[in-house]
Ligand binder design. Structure first.
Ligand SMILES: [Zn+2]
Length: 110
């Protein structure tokens, strides 16, 4: 029987699994932010507030290919599916000032 624990929380900005207390971001009040990792969110704000969804995908693809030796096209396919579903990038974003793109045509270039 599987439990919810096997899914684990993920950073709602970059998709990183949040396993340890030190993985989580921190609010302005010093309390843990359950939705974001410390790379994305620190002391009450996004570390890179101008980050776009596309830039985040690129960053995560680079990270994934280095960390897991996944071929780039495969990593990109996964990230394109995962990143837009995360809270930071979905239309009902937690923060209204973090540069959420409206429905951009994804396949304009391909
Ligand atoms: Zn993150």
């Amino acid at each position: 029987m599987y439990t919810e624990a096997s899914k684990g929380p993920f950073c709602q900005s970059c998709g990183m699994p949040l396993r340890r207390a030190s993985d989580f971001g921190m609010g302005a009040d010093g309390l843990r932010i359950n939705d974001f990792c410390h790379f994305c969110f620190d002391r009450g704000s996004f570390t890179d507030p101008d980050m776009t969804q596309q830039a985040m995908i690129d960053r995560c693809v680079g990270f994934m290919t280095r960390q897991t030796f996944t071929p780039e096209f495969e990593a990109r396919r996964v990230m394109r599916r995962v990143i837009p579903t995360l809270k930071r990038w979905s239309s009902d974003s937690v923060g209204s000032t973090c540069g959420v793109l409206p429905d951009a045509p994804k396949d304009a270039k391909e």
